[in-house]
Design a binder for this molecule. Structure first.
Ligand SMILES: [Zn+2]
Length: 484
């Protein structure tokens, strides 16, 4: 099936014209085109400059803004504004072409909101605002075609809910079609307009889906549809796995297919997600719970005092760079939100100590759908998390291999940080415990992820004083040479 995907332009064009000659309403074909949605995504990422109209003004989205955002997205002591953004998303030569993941992660609300924020702060070009608009537009469009959530409170994006006759999907699509029709690709070097089938195919896909929804409503009375169910990626992955079973199983007999299927079934029960498949990855909720939010180990371990490194604290005023303080606010807000759920719940005293009534500027950018569901940390909490960051990062960087690393970090935290700002007698002890635990787990987890990214060359080593990052880079280079 993969071969079908490769010749992007010519073939999808012919598919398109072939389909149009059929009379309307052939449901099967409409569905089929959803697979080709992936191709559209790919096309979009490859082109460099895009022109579009908003409020009747002609605006330009440029790939260079994405590269600029990538450059201005430094990790500072374990916190990064857009943690997912790597070289594989931004640097054209490093983008894996067959993997949709990188395109969909790039066209996300997080990337758009951070781009808007940095443009507003004058850190990247002001024009980047229009690139952010395009990214946001595609994020919404992807969401509107990828819904699989019920109306639970947890998922506040209504576009991820089912499409019903009165849902927001239809309005989104009508607007999207106008937007897409007005959009043009412009060659970055020659500034001439180039024709790509991507945009037309998008319009065509949307029209197909509208038609399909109408048809199944009238004919079968189905009025609520999760659009992710139209996605064929799982089948593609399934056949891909069958084919690669036993090295190259490209033309199996029915018996062979059955055998491959059963061995896959048994093997996959124990193995992790198929590597490199265009499928949503299991985001390891269970692991995440264990690593980040669960309770600590109860064992008493004593640390050698001589092992404790000196910590240099960076005062919060010196972290005023929007790229640094923004991330810190976001992470602090996340800690508080979790603490509210798990520790202090409705306690007004705790709320007063930990949360700020005024919403921080960065967090305003990150909110979406006009819902206020990020928490703004109070100044004293922000300061506390900033110190926790300094301690955690300094220790992880120096003694990652140490046994009982977390106990060591906890000891150092207790030596250096006063939690005076927490006044509530009822929750004080639990809250301190919680903050220490969550920060350790958060920073250790993030640091390991960072190292993993360096190991697979998605990120460069950004700190020459960090021996683990240097080691990871070296190891990658060694394996890379061997592969050649
Ligand atoms: Zn309380």
């Amino acid at each position: 099936m993969k071969e079908n995907l490769e010749p992007v332009t010519s073939q999808s064009q012919s598919i398109q014209s072939e389909r149009q000659s059929h009379s309307e309403g052939e449901n099967v074909e409409v569905v089929e085109d959803l697979v080709h949605r992936n191709i559209h995504v790919k096309c979009v990422t490859k082109k460099l400059v895009k022109q579009f109209k908003k409020d009747n003004k002609s605006l330009m989205a440029k790939w260079e803004h994405i590269i600029a955002l990538h450059q201005e997205n430094p990790g500072y002591k374990g916190i990064r504004l857009v943690p997912k953004l790597t070289d594989s998303h931004c640097i054209p030569s490093k983008i894996p072409r067959m993997k949709v993941k990188f395109a969909t992660q790039l066209f996300s609300q997080t990337v758009a909101s951070n781009m808007g924020y940095l443009a507003e702060k004058g850190i990247i070009s002001e024009d980047a605002q229009s690139t952010a608009d395009v990214i946001l537009f595609f994020d919404k469009l992807f969401d509107s075609l990828n819904g699989s959530y019920g109306k639970r409170k947890k998922h506040s994006k209504p576009l991820l809910g089912p499409a019903t006759p009165n849902s927001v999907h239809h309005k989104t699509w009508t607007e999207a079609k106008i937007f897409l029709k007005n959009m043009k690709f412009v060659n970055a070097k020659t500034s001439s307009v180039e024709y790509v089938p991507t945009l037309n195919n998008w319009v065509w896909t949307l029209e197909g889906i509208e038609l399909l929804l109408k048809k199944i409503a009238v004919k079968y009375g189905v009025t609520s549809v999760w659009l992710r169910h139209l996605n064929q990626d799982p089948i593609e992955n399934f056949f891909g796995s069958i084919r690669s079973q036993g090295c190259r199983n490209v033309n199996p007999t029915p018996e062979g297919f059955e055998a491959a299927f059963s061995s896959l079934l048994i093997n996959s029960l124990s193995s992790v997600h198929a590597p490199g498949a265009n499928c949503e990855v299991d985001n390891c909720h269970a692991l995440h719970e264990v690593l980040i939010t669960s309770g600590g180990c109860r064992e008493q371990i004593n640390c050698e005092l001589s092992e404790i490194p000196d910590i240099e604290f960076t005062p919060l005023e010196d972290k005023s760079d929007p790229r640094i303080v923004g991330g810190l606010q976001y992470v602090s807000g996340y800690f508080i939100k979790t603490a509210k759920k798990k520790v202090f719940k409705g306690c007004s005293e705790c709320k007063k100590n930990l949360m700020s009534i005024q919403e921080h500027e960065y967090l305003k950018y990150r909110e979406y759908a006009n819902k206020k569901w990020l928490c703004s940390p109070s100044d004293s909490l922000l300061n506390c998390v900033s110190n926790l960051q300094d301690i955690n990062y300094a220790i992880i960087k120096m003694c990652l291999e140490k046994k009982y690393l977390k106990e060591l970090i906890k000891t150092v935290i207790c030596m250096h940080i006063q939690f005076d700002f927490i006044k509530c007698e009822l929750h004080k002890e639990k809250l301190i415990d919680f903050l220490i635990n969550i920060s350790c787990r958060f920073f250790i987890y993030n640091y390991c992820k960072e190292i993993n990214k360096i190991l697979i060359n998605r990120r460069e080593c950004d700190d020459d004083t960090d021996s683990y990052k240097l080691k990871a880079k070296k190891l990658y280079m060694k394996c890379f040479k061997r592969k050649k």
